[in-house]
Design a protein around this ligand. Structure first.
Ligand code: 9G3
Length: 570
């Protein structure tokens, strides 16, 4: 392609509202332009990269029996009312009315739409399993779009859904898809981790996230220094070792702690370390059951783990009013596990078992208990792992310690079970002629987010450095002066030579100064640059590897060998 025809408006300066390198470079290199907060134009260079990523996705999914199709983006809200999700996603859902005032949404994901389609068209288990996927624009009215394509209100997602008449069939396909995802992210050149995730609001069971390692990632990945244990922060666990306490346990005493509410204030006032306190956090499970979570004062409660410990569908922190109601007007900060109201279920973290002579709220204004001993002064309904792990904790497999790193979620796969087929009554006749709810899986890849994640991991000060597998072009030919007959002749010979071998070639045919050409080439990040200059008359060009900056001079007749040697090494 001629660069004079390519629409890639590059910028000299870094736009100041772009905070991360991928956002800065994709604006400067003429890959994207914002039309509204979280809504972007994919300019031709970005579009070419997206097409290459999609091609890899299609190859890997088709290879395991995935079948591509395309569902409407404009979806009747009634479907989401059937599944009960129309209300749960509130402001994030892009809603609209048609000319007859009927409610529609712009699809943020398509569990409901696929479930309806299967409900209408599939009657027998003999038609299963199915692996259907689409690559489609999704809409989510994010509260804080940011970081360019990393968190948008309109984005491209590959979403797939599988339909089964048995758990075994789901498990089998789930593993195949997980492996296909690994292939995809490896081929795209991404440095990633697969982490076990909490199925969260999806209400399903097992789920895995695919995280692109990046310091600007919003998710925290927890991994062991010695073993291959890895999980996301919500799910990560550590090894707890129960100690047999021989220390003397004193009798509890009431202590006056006027207006001392926070863990730090109480610890300072009583001159004890925060790890000596029992931190009580109140929740309401499934909108009706009050739960008091107890962790050691220097630990944090993990809400997801509390939800799972009490087998709740959903859980929320108790409001101050709910606390006042349960503990007759007690202000927050004096709540504790000793003599709690009947209605409150107490769940204590495993580490609480090793505490002796602890301090806790006395459920009386301005008072705490000291010398409180679990098992003696209070007995929780259950002990469970309900704390956030911390760096340095022992890995749950006993090998090494836990460390944290940040990640960008680029993929997420779920075993949904019958969550949608039951709420939407999608059933099939099984081999015994009984109507059973269809078992489902759902699988997503953030295509446009993946593009930015690759740039985050593959950029240098001069610009983007694309992995060869998804670069917008394979070779960038840059004649210094196309008016020079030798250079023009050599350039067109090389274009022909490379295109005949299936390379995507970009020829900088613009009448610009050399400096401008080189700056733009650095920004674009095409893996191989071929500069045609003074030695064109001798048929000699410079080949530069964008990634390493390495440059070799080579004669035209040797150029294919040179390139295969240079590119095969990386
Ligand atoms: C919504 C809105 C935002 C959402 C969802 C629904 C996230 C929603 C989770 C998923 C799960 C999987 C299939 C592909 C892989 C991911 N944000 N999720 O369901 F209405 Cl506004 O999308 N879906």
């Amino acid at each position: 392609m001629k660069q004079s025809q390519l629409f890639a408006p590059t910028l000299r300066e870094t736009p100041n509202d772009a905070e991360v390198i991928s956002h800065q470079l994709m604006l400067r290199a003429g890959y994207i332009r914002q039309i509204s907060s979280g809504v972007y134009t994919y300019l031709p260079l970005a579009f070419r990269v997206i097409k290459k990523i999609e091609q890899i996705v299609r190859e890997e999914l088709d290879a395991i029996g995935g079948v591509e199709m395309l569902l409407p983006t404009l979806v009747p809200a009634d479907l989401w009312k059937e599944s009960g999700r129309f209300s749960t996603y509130g402001p994030e859902m892009m809603k609209m009315e048609d000319r007859n005032q009927r409610d529609f949404i712009l699809g943020p994901t398509h569990e409901e739409t696929f479930t309806k389609l299967i409900r209408d068209e599939i009657r027998s288990y003999k038609q299963l399993p199915l692996h259907l996927y689409q690559i489609q624009t999704k809409y989510r009215d994010e509260k804080r779009p940011r970081f360019g394509l990393l968190r948008c209100r309109e984005f491209i997602m590959k979403d797939a859904y599988t339909f089964h008449d048995s758990e075994e069939s789901l498990n089998e396909m789930y593993v195949q898809i997980r492996n296909a995802y690994k292939n995809i992210f490896e081929r795209v050149g991404l440095n990633f981790q697969v982490v076990t995730a909490d199925a969260g609001a999806m209400g399903g069971r097992e789920s895995q996230e695919f995280m692109a390692l990046s310091s600007i990632g919003e998710d925290t990945i927890v991994y062991s220094t010695e073993s291959d244990y890895v999980a996301n922060l919500e799910m990560a666990t550590s090894k707890f070792r129960k100690k047999t306490n021989t220390a003397i346990k004193h009798d509890k005493e009431l202590s006056h702690t006027p207006d001392m509410k926070t863990i730090e204030e109480v610890a300072n006032y009583l001159n004890v370390p925060t790890r000596q306190l029992l931190k009580a956090v109140l929740f309401v499970a499934d909108e009706q059951t009050p739960v008091m979570a107890i962790v050691r004062g220097d630990h944090e409660v993990n809400e997801i783990k509390v939800r799972m410990a009490v087998n709740a569908q959903e859980i929320a922190p108790a409001t101050d009013e709910q606390i006042k109601e349960l503990f007759d007007d007690l202000p927050a900060g004096f709540v504790g596990p000793v003599d709690v109201p009947e209605a409150v279920a107490v769940v204590a973290d495993l580490y609480v078992q090793n505490m002796v002579d602890a301090v806790c709220g006395a459920n009386q204004k301005d008072h705490h208990y000291i010398n409180v001993n679990p098992g003696k002064d209070f007995e929780p309904e259950k002990y469970a792992d309900i704390r956030m792990v911390q760096e340095g904790d022992e890995s749950p497999d006993g090998e090494g310690v836990l460390k944290f790193s940040k990640g960008i979620e680029v993929g997420h796969i779920f075993k949904l079970g019958t969550r949608y087929s039951e709420s939407m009554n999608a059933t099939v006749l099984d081999k015994n002629g009984r109507n059973i709810p269809i078992i489902m899986g759902s699988y997503g890849i953030g295509i446009s987010r993946l593009l930015s994640s690759v740039v985050e991991q593959n950029a240098d000060d001069q610009g983007i450095v694309w992995p060869t597998s998804i670069a917008p072009f394979d070779i960038h030919i840059i004649p210094i002066q196309l008016k020079n007959e030798d250079q023009a002749q050599l350039a067109s010979e090389l274009v022909e030579l490379f295109e005949a071998r299936g390379y995507d070639v970009l020829l900088d045919d613009r009448n610009e100064r050399a400096g401008v050409k080189f700056n733009d080439a650095e920004l674009f990040g095409i893996p191989l640059q071929i500069t045609i200059g003074k030695k064109a008359s001798e048929g000699i060009v410079e080949v530069t590897i964008r990634k390493t900056g390495e440059m070799v001079e080579t004669k035209k007749e040797d150029i294919l060998d040179t390139i295969s040697i240079l590119t095969s090494r990386d």
